[in-house]
Ligand binder design. Structure first.
Ligand code: ADP
Ligand code: MG
Length: 278
């Protein structure tokens, strides 16, 4: 049983605090949905957990089975079993998905000889065109193809905890259903590709819409507004949100803050795998 534990997490960018104390525990096989309006800090939360450059951790902790995640480099976090499905998947000219996956398997001590077949099977499951496996990663892919590609990597790598940052953006309804179902299946115990059976993947699903959660059934729904968790509950909370919007969950003292503007970042785009498209 794996436990990702986020305690009192505070983080910001350029001196501005964006996350004001987040507490969240995700265990193997559990699905936690984090919903919130634009600018609430959802992508910041996912970026801080995976170590995206540019964020400052101001307090609190993130541990995976007791290990200090915040002290690890991003590759170390991935090898420890964390996986991020990015809101804006990065285009990587000259690198094919199949080659990237071979590297990832080797890094994990897994036999990579079967990667092409495995990816072919996974592609068929979620309706991803197999030809894209041997094209440059995400280059000229449609929004939906990028998200299917991300789902494929997730299914092939079998992480302990997956963070989905708006998996649903860019996906049409059929693709969304296919990807959500595939991930729901991963939350059950399954083969790890090394001959063992492992616990189901724990999922932190960041989304605006309840639709994702009709296939990927959440155990808990958390509502993030202005860097704070303002409500949590069961799946019914997502339905309530769909009906009433976020207004009912506004954080205290809201009106006082003007909408912040996103300051330009210069983190060296070649190194920043997380940068949104310019
Ligand atoms: P969400 O994913 O919930 O829409 P984000 O986490 O992307 O929200 O952003 C939260 C807030 O932090 C927003 O006000 C955004 O403008 C700001 N922000 C996020 N990243 C940066 C950055 N790199 N530089 C400046 N401001 C940022
Ligand atoms: Mg976001």
């Amino acid at each position: 049983m794996t436990v990702l534990e986020i305690k009192g997490l505070r983080a910001g960018v350029e001196g501005r605090e964006i996350l004001n104390g987040i507490d969240l525990v995700v265990r193997s096989g559990e699905v936690h949905a984090v919903m919130g309006p634009n600018g609430a800090g959802k992508s910041t939360l996912s970026g801080v957990i995976l170590g995206r450059p540019g964020y400052e951790v101001l307090g609190g902790s993130v541990t995976l089975d007791g290990e200090d995640v915040l002290a690890m480099t991003t590759p170390e976090r991935a090898l420890a079993g964390l996986h991020l499905v990015m809101q804006y998947p990065t285009e990587v000219p000259g690198v094919r998905l199949v080659d990237a996956m071979v590297e990832a398997f080797v890094a994990r001590g897994r036999d990579a000889s079967d990667v092409a077949r495995l990816l072919g099977d996974e592609a068929a499951t979620i309706g991803f065109d197999e030809k894209l496996l041997v094209r440059s990663l995400n280059v000229d892919f449609s929004g939906g193809e990028k998200k299917r590609n991300e789902t494929l990597q997730l299914a092939a790598l079998v992480p302990k905890v997956a963070i989905l940052d708006e998996l649903d953006s860019g996906l049409d309804i059929d693709a969304l259903r296919a990807c959500a179902r595939r991930i729901e299946a991963l939350t059950e115990p399954h083969p790890d590709g090394l001959g063992d059976t492992v616990d189901g993947v724990g999922v932190l699903a960041i989304t605006h819409y309840a639709r994702l959660l009709t296939e990927l059934r959440p155990d808990a729904v958390h509502i993030l507004v202005k860097g704070r968790m303002v409500a949590q509950g069961g799946p019914e909370l997502a339905d309530q949100l769909e009906a009433d919007g976020y207004a009912a969950f506004a954080a205290d003292g809201d009106e006082a803050d003007a909408a912040p503007t996103r300051a330009p970042r210069d983190l060296g785009t070649l190194d920043d795998l997380f940068a949104p498209p310019s």
